[in-house]
Write a new protein. Structure first.
Length: 232
């Protein structure tokens, strides 16, 4: 099924954070690499997921969500910044999954209110851009953000202490975890502007198109001359 066709089908529009791995992506130790992801639309048969690293149509995906547990399947379509996953479940599990979706659809407002009271927020737009000191840029998925820092997932895991910018805000890598890493901002940000600071500067977005490389990463060619207005 294509993503366009899926958008015409009955489904629940809900943003849930999770993690996933692709059959073709392994680390130096031979283990499948895991990345963070976020759903935008789910049915008992398919789900549309925003991701930092893409895979080709037909690739097998293993994903995990706290609300559902493990959901495995294959990519049936690739979209800008994500893919449509065909969920493979036995009949009894699929019926349970459908019931969970119905419950979530009815309680979305309660979950949204609960999230707003937390210091860390999940931005409406999950994608941002990492800008490294050498001018290289890399698309990332924002897991959550607070006035003091941000957690992201990308096809890179910089060492602790590395300087970089996320969107319009500079900081330092302070922690690594399984699906990504955390960046501490140079200074506290206004809580009301957290969505805005993740938007890349206009001069960077000119060449950050979110087009996947042959290996699936969403990377743009570096142009250091366009980074003069960013202080890292």
């Amino acid at each position: 099924m294509s993503a366009a066709e899926f958008m015409k089908r009955r489904a629940v529009e809900i943003a849930l954070g999770g993690r996933y791995s692709l059959a073709s992506r392994y680390d130096a130790y031979g283990n499948r690499r895991e990345f963070a992801c976020r759903t935008s639309r789910i049915s008992p048969f398919e789900m549309l997921v925003s991701v930092p690293v893409l895979g080709p149509v037909g690739e097998r995906v293993i994903s995990y969500f706290g609300d559902f547990g493990s959901l495995d399947g294959r990519i049936s379509d690739v979209v800008d910044g994500g893919f449509l996953l065909n969920i493979e479940l036995p009949r009894e599990r699929r019926e349970k999954f459908a019931g969970q979706l119905t419950w979530l659809a009815k309680h979305q407002h309660e979950r949204a209110v609960e999230t707003r009271h937390q210091k860390r927020i999940v931005p409406k737009s999950p994608h941002s851009t990492l800008i490294f000191a050498d001018g290289e840029t890399l698309n990332c998925l924002v897991i959550d953000v607070s006035p003091s820092g941000v957690a992201v997932s990308a096809d890179a895991k910089p060492d602790i202490g590395v300087r970089l910018a996320v969107g319009r805000t500079a900081g330092t890598v302070v922690r690594q975890f399984q699906e990504g890493f955390a960046i501490a901002f140079d200074r506290l940000q206004d809580p009301s502007n957290l969505e805005l600071i993740l938007i890349p500067p206009a001069d960077v977005s000119d060449y950050t198109q979110g087009v996947p490389r042959s290996d699936g990463a969403l990377r743009a060619a570096p142009r250091p001359d366009m980074l003069r207005g960013i202080r890292l």
